[in-house]
Ligand binder design. Structure first.
Ligand SMILES: [Zn+2]
Length: 239
């Protein structure tokens, strides 16, 4: 293939732009800010799970407290009724003895229930504090996630700006380069990552390897408009 030497030199500008685009793409894929967002998302999920666990504990205890309240209330109602029966004197001596006995049992039962009530209410209070802490931790995790997303989006925005600018430069370069030369360049670039490199001393600018004397002689001896390639990497060598 033949191409004007100045067009061949412009290929180096195209290779530089493509190098920057490849670096931007690589950066986008390996962004530490993206890893930080994923870690922050994981923390938000864990914190949300902890809130659900704390809510469940608290509502179980709320239910236990309500159940004990009802049981204590039932015992009190029964005690009141027994006392009224005793007080109004319409019962036999045997019934009065039974009622007195029952009142003793009811009092012991109520004492047990009230102890239990105290213990459950203490746990309920602790569970309420737990829930508040877990909710605060969840809020903090969400704020941290928002910050992480903002940082990542900022970096992605910068990368996007670089890509847009280099993309425009690429379009402008393509417009002034011969189509067959660009086609060859793109094909080589797809294969090895770099489509063209400058010959510096005896070194290929694409793969950075030194050429042996006979290859160098062939390249230097070729007509200036001859498109020559590196034997090692296949890239177009611009002299
Ligand atoms: Zn090479």
């Amino acid at each position: 293939m033949k191409a004007d030497p100045s067009a061949q030199r412009r290929l180096l500008d195209l290779a530089a732009v493509d190098g920057e685009l490849a670096r931007a793409e690589h950066r986008r894929r390996t962004l530490p800010e993206q890893a930080a967002v994923e870690e922050a998302e994981r923390r938000v999920r864990a914190a949300a799970d902890a809130v659900v666990v704390a809510q469940t504990s608290l509502s179980d205890l709320d239910r236990d407290v309500a159940k004990l309240d009802r049981e204590v209330e039932q015992v009190r109602t029964r005690e009141t009724r027994d006392r009224q029966l005793l007080d109004n004197g319409s019962v036999t001596a045997k019934q009065a003895a039974d009622l007195t006995h029952e009142l003793g049992s009811l009092e012991r039962r109520r004492a047990v229930l009230e102890d239990e009530q105290l213990e459950v209410m203490e746990r309920q209070e602790a569970a309420g504090i737990d829930l508040r802490h877990e909710t605060e931790a969840h809020d903090a995790a969400r704020t941290a996630l928002e910050d992480a997303v903002e940082r990542r989006d900022g970096v992605l925005g910068d990368i996007g700006t670089t890509e847009a600018r280099r993309g425009e430069e690429r379009t402008a370069l393509l417009a002034e380069l011969p189509a067959d030369l660009v086609e060859l360049y793109d094909r080589l670039r797809a294969k090895s990552g770099v489509g063209a490199g400058e010959l510096t001393g005896n070194r290929c600018g694409a793969c950075r390897l030194e050429m042996d004397r006979s290859e160098l002689r062939d390249i230097q001896g070729a007509a200036p408009d001859e498109v020559v390639r590196c034997e090692n990497c296949g890239a177009i060598v611009v002299r």
